[in-house]
Design a protein around this ligand. Structure first.
Ligand code: SAM
Length: 343
């Protein structure tokens, strides 16, 4: 099945299920090896870097898993000024970053006009850089405005394709249909679009994961963000266990074999559940890392989950640490924007 997946980039639902249920360590290391080889053959031993700027931790939503949910009164809320965001970009640019990711909660105070002008400023000051947004659900018109201001990519994980499971993770006012609609618009507008899931969220079954894979197969994203769910102590899911390293690696490898060209990060969450998680992610087929470029004094306020890493190789200012870690597994940092390439 693994050979078939590598050759045809597609399995049946039943086959995906068997693969995701597999516990055999030989089989799983063979899967990871195939995925690593696939990534190496396309990208060489180079890993793309993105500078992540966490622009606001205010959010109108109340997702049950998320530490910056509206209903968490213990968060000290902030929103970065445009000047601060541009200063982060400048620092990142000097360190060699050529993609900036503006991520944040759905902050009612962050108007479309403000975001549009911020994107336009980054675009004007750093014309050779890609701008990725991860600002949640908006209207089609808003996505168009941001795109025309210079944003190139948008990350919006669908979180789970299964409707009942979605309802378990989100309050009623949030709609899985609208989230999928947003993804469709983003693609139509011309963004390099990223979707994805958390691995091991409460109530998640192998059947749900198969539904996710089949959705991602239909959607054909340019980027896929997957990382383990990690509980946050001030959320309704505080007592649930985190997703596992093994299942996350298996999914990364399956996704790499399904989508040889896709931009696939080894996420901060993966690096949080085990100290060398990001390196293991790369060895399982990932080819992107997203170090944190946010100002040091706000990082502790963007805690989506407990113990979230924001220093060491995780921090953009410590790019040398990251380079050394990558070097230790035979990889290096790729130069340039690292756009999705069709061929
Ligand atoms: N608000 C935007 C959105 O909805 O896409 C972007 C910010 S949101 C905090 C970014 C991602 O963080 C979510 O898509 C979710 O998958 C992830 N996340 C939130 N809470 C998490 C947790 N407890 N463990 C792991 N990942 C989490």
């Amino acid at each position: 099945m693994i050979d078939k997946l590598r050759k045809e980039h597609k399995l049946t639902a039943e086959e995906y299920k068997i693969l995701l249920e597999c516990q055999d360590s030989n089989c799983l290391s063979y899967l990871q090896k195939q995925a690593q080889e696939e990534a190496l053959s396309r990208f060489g031993n180079r890993v793309f870097i993105r500078g992540l700027i966490e622009v606001t931790n205010r959010c109108r939503n109340n997702c049950y898993y998320c530490g910056i949910r509206k209903g968490n009164p213990s968060v000290s809320r902030y929103g970065l000024t445009r000047e601060t965001i541009l200063a982060c970009c400048r620092e990142g640019y000097e360190a060699g970053f050529r993609t900036f990711v503006m991520q944040g909660g759905e902050d009612p105070a962050m108007t479309d006009e403000w975001t549009e002008q911020t994107v336009a400023s980054i675009h004007r000051l750093f014309p050779d850089c890609a701008i990725t947004l991860s600002l949640g659900e908006k209207t089609r018109e808003t996505y168009e405005r941001f795109f025309h201001a210079g944003a190139n990519r948008y990350l919006l994980r669908h979180e789970t394709y299964n409707k009942e499971h979605y309802r378990l993770l989100h309050p009623d006012r949030m709609s899985p249909e609208y989230r999928l609609q947003c993804l469709q618009w983003l693609k139509e507008i011309g963004y390099q679009t990223g979707t994805g899931i958390m691995v091991g969220t409460p109530g998640q079954t192998i059947g749900h994961l198969v539904e996710d894979l089949l959705f991602i197969e239909r959607f054909q994203p340019e980027m896929i963000g997957i990382g383990p769910f990690i509980p946050h102590h001030a959320t309704p899911f505080k007592n649930y266990p985190a997703g596992t390293l093994e299942q996350t690696l298996t999914l990364l490898s399956v996704l790499r074999l399904m989508f040889p060209k896709v931009l696939l990060p080894a996420t901060t969450a993966l690096g949080t559940i085990v100290p060398n998680g990001r390196e293991l992610g790369i060895l399982a087929g990932a080819n992107v890392v997203m170090p944190n470029l946010s100002p040091a004094d706000v990082r502790q306020n963007y805690l989506l989950y407990d113990n979230k890493l924001c220093s060491g190789a995780e921090a953009a200012e410590a790019k040398n640490d990251l380079a050394a870690r990558l070097h230790s597994i035979g990889y290096e940092i790729a130069e340039g924007r690292g756009d999705y390439k069709e061929s």
